[in-house]
Ligand binder design. Structure first.
Ligand SMILES: C[S@@+](CC[C@H](N)C(=O)[O-])C[C@H]1O[C@@H](n2cnc3c(N)ncnc32)[C@H](O)[C@@H]1O
Length: 205
């Protein structure tokens, strides 16, 4: 039997970037339209989208008037985002970087958003700490935590791969945020039948 390669995010998403958008509807189903309304008015807000990927979240945020910076560890994913937004009058700023070491000054953003990111972080503490640092006082972090114990196999041109992923218990995610002085403003569980599939948290600095 052929062994499936398990790759880290940078290597895995370099291969998966070409096919990522084929799953957009599936990914949206984990949010069921709940995430963006939780962010409130977006006009002129400085938003950092961490693990922005191909822009599934960055683009609708920019369309609502936010000034979006999209950061990702995978240049290939950001290239796909860049192509989609290059003809905009106010293009999204893209930056290659690591969620655990954000290349921004303290208190730079009104909102930090991270959809489907922490599933790729062994421990989200360092990212949450960085999000806290780059948020302005009163700024918000919006984070999603997918209920995924077994990472899916992804079909790419380079063969089938698994991208390294980690399951996080919802109570633990909240506990870490509170230990870093975030206040939990909203917590929503998106459910399918009786099972939660995604935890969405909005936390205030
Ligand atoms: C499942 S995709 C989500 C993309 C997008 N946020 C969305 O909701 O469609 C996860 C993204 O997180 C990025 N990523 C994983 N670990 C990262 C890290 N440590 N720093 C920055 N980006 C990371 C991956 O490269 C990938 O683009």
């Amino acid at each position: 039997m052929k062994k499936i390669k398990v790759l880290n995010s940078e290597a895995g998403y370099s291969l998966a970037a070409d096919v990522y958008d084929e799953n957009e509807n599936y990914l949206n189903s984990f949010e069921q339209g709940e995430l963006i309304p939780l962010l409130g008015a977006l006009e002129d807000k400085k938003v950092l989208d961490v693990g922005a990927g191909t822009g599934r979240l960055s683009l609708p945020l920019a369309n609502r008037g936010a000034r979006v910076t999209a950061l990702d560890v995978s240049p290939k994913m950001l290239e796909a985002l860049f192509v989609k937004c290059s003809d905009r009058s106010s293009p999204i700023t893209t930056i290659i970087g690591d969620a655990e070491n954000l290349p921004f000054e303290n208190e730079s953003f009104d909102i930090v958003a991270a959809a489907f990111l922490i599933v790729h972080l062994k421990d989200p503490t360092r990212f949450f700490d960085e999000a806290y640092r780059v948020l302005k006082d009163g700024g918000i972090l919006a984070v999603t935590n997918i209920n995924q114990k077994d990472p899916p196999q992804v079909k790419t041109k380079g063969g089938e791969i698994i991208i390294e992923s980690f399951y996080h218990r919802p109570e633990k995610v909240k506990e870490i945020l509170e230990s870093l002085a975030f206040g939990i403003e909203e917590e929503i569980f998106v459910r399918e039948k009786d099972v939660w599939v995604n935890q969405i948290i909005v936390a205030k600095k």
